[in-house]
Design a protein around this ligand. Structure first.
Ligand code: NDP
Length: 480
């Protein structure tokens, strides 16, 4: 069975302990690889190699660093099909999704930051009659990037690319659940000749290798995407050392549907925004709030469309809905459906694990599930399920819609459906989330700030925000 090892100082190396973890294929529930179970020795090794690489890497011009990022992007592009298959096998997501979203986005993360780096002001001047102020933004040094399992390469590279273009060297830890594409990224770095130690990829368990990375005194910043509980642990761990922190965490995103929306467009998009990647996207709509006058029609149509989704082997091109990414998550989602029933929820479609024949007989599939009849305050509507479970509620006034949308500790994203532009602006300004999509979903311009409010996040990623995070400003004031 293949052993997925760490990528440190430009080489693939076994973990110091020589211990390995099982890696599962969600569609079959079977082990298909072994993963380095790294500990603080491996992290120390990786940090040392990143430190050694820092002087030369940060001494290159942005343009010179961009050449490497573009080469990595091209290397990924050349292996799009292969990487899409890796991502689908490792996560359980439909291969069509990996091919159209995950891997293309990883390609564009490198490309985007390679370009954006040259437009970012690493140096600026603010002069007045008495003095000249020169503001220099320098890389931080060695930084840590920690990413989750739902969009593995997409989110991994979303952190690594800005960190590198800004001149930092990186120690990155992907999720132990979905390590395959991160591991293969190391091969691409080797092939394009990225200088040794600039990017180090260390695998293993969050509370061991992740913790060692977060706690390492030489790590200047942590960029983390994952659950709010883990984010809190990381914030506590780093508080006394004043490490820079960027936290992208959970969500409980409302979709607010007004009767005056473009109904067809809304319905098509809502099926995607609720169930893409089996609902395992932090930006998925999970609480669907519908104006009462169209509630019954919407319910009928939405249930019909969702029950038609093609659930099955993620490696089949025609599959629209695959497996949940781990056994633990599969159990958690099924538990939540039981909780919803106990809370008085009425399951309109789905509600069970999905049985398949053949190769996927023992995989972790849950039917796309729609539930109604629950109060907004119940656990189902307040806790992040992060799976293929959405709830329906209705509202009779704009004020009530906003109240329901905001009645959660999360504040990541929302979608608003209305053809009335003033209403869209009014509601957008009152919903407390970091990202709002009006009449669309997941439309991204990588220059825009991305992140959440309340328990969903601290700081923003994307364009200028990411480069500001990965640099430290210094003001040099010279008297005239
Ligand atoms: P986790 O918080 O469990 O894990 C995220 C990453 O942190 C993994 O690499 C994990 O490693 C690592 N980790 C776990 N414990 C520690 C620790 N003590 N110290 C350092 N690192 C640690 O999240 P999931 O992987 O389960 O991802 C799902 C969550 O991510 C959801 O809540 C989702 O909303 C959120 N998310 C947020 C996004 C956003 O942009 N706001 C985007 C995508 C997801 P390991 O896997 O080995 O445990």
């Amino acid at each position: 069975m293949e052993k997925l090892t760490n990528f440190i100082n430009g080489k693939f190396v076994s973990p110091r302990s020589n211990q390995y973890l099982d890696v599962y294929e969600p569609a079959t529930g079977q082990v298909y690889a072994q993963l380095a179970d790294s500990n603080s020795d491996d992290i120390n090794n990786a940090v040392e190699s990143a430190q050694n690489a820092f002087e030369n890497w940060s001494g290159l011009s942005v343009k010179e660093r961009a050449v490497y990022l573009n080469k990595i992007s091209d290397g990924l592009k050349a292996r799009l099909d292969e990487f899409s298959e890796f991502e689908s096998r490792d996560t359980g997501k439909p291969i069509s999704l990996a091919k159209s979203v995950d891997i293309p986005r990883a390609i564009s993360n490198f490309q985007f930051f390679a370009d954006y780096g040259s437009s970012f002001q690493f140096e600026s001047n603010l002069n007045n009659e008495t003095a000249q102020n020169k503001i220099i933004r320098s890389p931080l040094g060695v930084v840590g990037c920690i990413s989750p399992w739902n969009l593995p390469l997409y989110l991994f590279t979303w952190k690594i690319a800005p960190a590198l273009i800004a001149g930092n060297t990186v120690v990155a830890k992907p999720s132990e659940i979905t390590p395959l594409t991160a591991c293969r990224l190391g091969e691409i770095c080797q092939n394009v000749g990225l200088p040794n130690g600039v990017l180090n990829i260390v695998h293993g368990q969050g509370n061991i290798s992740g913790d060692a990375l977060v706690s390492h005194e030489k790590i200047k910043a942590i960029s983390f995407t994952g659950g709010t509980t883990t984010g809190k642990v990381i914030a506590e761990k780093t508080a006394s050392s004043f490490k820079k922190l960027s936290l992208e965490m959970g969500g409980k995103n409302p979709a607010i549907i007004f009767a005056d929306c473009d109904y067809k467009k809304m319905l098509n998009t809502l099926v995607r925004s609720s169930f893409s990647n089996q609902g395992q996207i932090c930006l998925c709509s999970s609480r669907i709030l519908v104006e009462k006058s169209i509630y019954d029609k919407f319910k009928r149509d939405f249930v019909q469309r969702v029950s038609e989704l093609k659930v099955g082997d993620p490696l089949n091109e025609g599959t629209q809905f695959g497996a949940l990414t781990s056994q633990g998550h599969f159990d958690k989602v099924l538990d939540f459906i039981e909780i919803a029933k106990q809370e008085g929820g009425n399951v309109l479609t789905g509600g069970n694990s999905k049985k398949n024949n053949g190769r996927c007989e023992t995989g972790w599939f849950v039917e796309p599930t729609i539930i109604e009849g629950l109060k907004n305050s119940c656990r189902t509507n307040q806790e992040e399920i992060f799976g293929p479970v959405v709830t329906l509620q209705y509202f009779e006034s704009e004020k009530k819609a906003i109240q329901l949308a905001n009645e959660t500790e999360y504040g990541l994203s929302a979608t608003i459906w209305t053809e009335n532009k003033e209403k869209a602006t009014r509601v957008s300004s009152q919903v407390d989330v970091g990202v709002i999509w009006v009449n669309c979903w997941l439309v991204r311009d990588l220059r825009t700030p991305f992140g959440g409010m309340k328990q969903s996040g601290l700081g923003r990623e994307g364009g200028e925000d990411a480069l500001r995070f990965f640099t430290e400003p210094k003001n040099i004031c010279t008297i005239r």
